[in-house]
Design a protein around this ligand. Structure first.
Ligand code: TRP
Ligand code: SF4
Length: 432
């Protein structure tokens, strides 16, 4: 048998496996086979985990409404890490999602002290132009947090369901943390939940593509989604082991519960504040009825947001990629020549000498140049596989990878920057 070749393993997914056990993130592998023409980042296991993504796949398959949402803080420069999230958003938009992109100016203002003017400028000239250049379609929604009354009003309401202790446990807030910083935390949850407001067609599965480190926000928001809803639905068993559902009212008026009791076919038992549903064979249908009643009585009936989790690229010099160290990453506005120079100087997984390299093979899993090829620069799986194989079997030298990556990067940057200029002319199709 051959040596085990896994061209997609590059940074050890094992590092992330504790996310599965500790935090209940599910392996993306389990769903992978259900995805029709998966995105490059899915095929290569860069997207390695998810929460509730099965709901999104159901929506895609049954052509039901769903949304994709993410946000960008308008501080700093747009780089390849942001590009990855943008590509995920655009992919879902192409699969039929109503797509939302928030420019998190309230967050930049409160957390980084960025002025409103600078937020506007960076939001448009760094993030929005690239988003459009990468293929975001104008039927989606791009907004600044500070412009959206829907987001601001919802964030205020969400704020009533979360307290300081909870935020401090999640974000490490202390007595020194400003109130606005805390507001920006619930604003992010409002970003994520607002595609489900009536204005945008009501409750729908929503996926948030994020880096693995962003999971605390997702958990907070999923929790808030639940807390905002009028009803709590639980599966139970009676003394004889027969399954039933208990629908408890948290904030529903009595009539809402009564209306539900009338509507649900089969046996129901109405108590003060809760309703037992004795034989519901179609759970999805039951949920839909509950949601409809909740909406009619002025509730939100939020569906907890889904998420996909991707791993990160490492820095070009090894270690972490950092937005404050230009040498560690490639920005989408780097001069194309500069981009290719950074690659020429990057750390590879090559051995000390050519001889060693031939004997032992290189280590693509530790190679930042290989990562660039895998994450961004090579679309064809076959071609990438071949590079991997040539590397580990000692038939490839780092110079040829660097040249290939540098050339492709230079071309990408040049091309992308041209597209950004075209996007600039189309801006008014996107922004009110
Ligand atoms: N907090 C995110 C960041 O630091 C930006 C953000 C704002 C966001 N709202 C969001 C991300 C909603 C995902 C979903 O970059
Ligand atoms: Fe990286 Fe290519 Fe060198 Fe292998 S040969 S270590 S993939 S640069």
């Amino acid at each position: 048998m051959n040596v085990k070749l896994d061209p997609w393993s590059s940074t050890n997914v094992e590092d992330y496996s504790k996310l599965f056990e500790e935090f209940g993130i599910m392996p993306f592998d389990d769903l992978y086979s259900r995805i029709e023409d998966p995105h490059r980042l899915m095929r290569r296991k860069v997207i390695f985990g998810h929460r509730s993504y099965d709901r999104i796949l159901d929506a895609i398959q049954n052509k039901r409404p769903f949304a994709v949402m993410s946000g960008f803080m308008p501080s700093g420069r747009i780089h390849l890490g942001h590009k990855m999230v943008m590509e995920e958003i655009i992919w879902h938009q192409q699969k039929g999602a109503d797509a939302f992109v928030g420019i998190a100016d309230r967050e930049a203002y409160s957390v980084r002290g960025t002025s409103w003017k600078k937020c506007r400028d960076t939001g448009i000239n760094e993030y929005i132009l690239s988003l459009i250049a990468l293929g975001f379609e104008p039927h989606g929604h791009i907004y600044f947090q500070s412009d959206s009354n829907n987001v601001k009003d919802l964030s205020f309401e969400l704020g009533s369901k979360v307290n300081y202790s909870e935020l401090s446990a999640i974000y490490g807030f202390t007595g020194e943390t400003s109130v606005s910083h805390m507001v920006s935390a619930v604003t992010q949850s409002a970003d994520i939940l607002h595609p489900q407001l009536e204005e945008y067609g009501g409750p729908k599965p929503t996926v948030v593509p994020v880096g693995a480190d962003q999971d605390p926000h997702i958990r907070l928001t999923r929790g808030l989604g639940h807390k905002m809803n009028m009803f709590k639905i639980e599966g139970r068993e009676d003394k004889n082991g027969k399954h039933y559902f208990s629908i408890r009212s948290k904030a529903a008026p009595r009539e809402a519960l009564e209306e539900l009791a009338d509507q649900i076919p089969g046996g129901t038992k109405l108590f003060e504040g809760h309703l037992d549903v004795l034989d519901a064979d179609d759970f999805e249908e039951l949920i839909r009825m509950i949601r409809d009643v909740e909406l009619r009585y002025g509730g939100y009936a939020f569906i907890p947001p889904a998420a996909t989790y991707h791993r990160f690229m490492s820095g070009l010099q090894g270690g972490k990629m950092s937005s404050s160290t230009p040498e560690s990453h490639i920005a989408l506005l780097d001069e194309p020549k500069e981009g290719s120079k950074k690659i020429k100087r990057a750390k590879t997984g090559g051995r000390i000498s050519l001889e060693e390299q031939k004997k032992l093979g290189g280590e693509p899993d530790k190679c930042s140049v290989y990562e660039l090829l895998l994450f961004h620069l090579i679309e064809d799986d076959q071609e990438l596989s071949q590079i991997y194989e040539e590397c580990v079997t000692g038939q490839r030298n780092c110079g040829s990878c660097k040249n290939l990556a540098a050339e492709k990067m230079e071309k990408f940057l040049k091309d992308h920057q041209e597209k950004r200029e075209l996007a600039r002319e189309r801006l008014d199709e996107y922004l009110l």
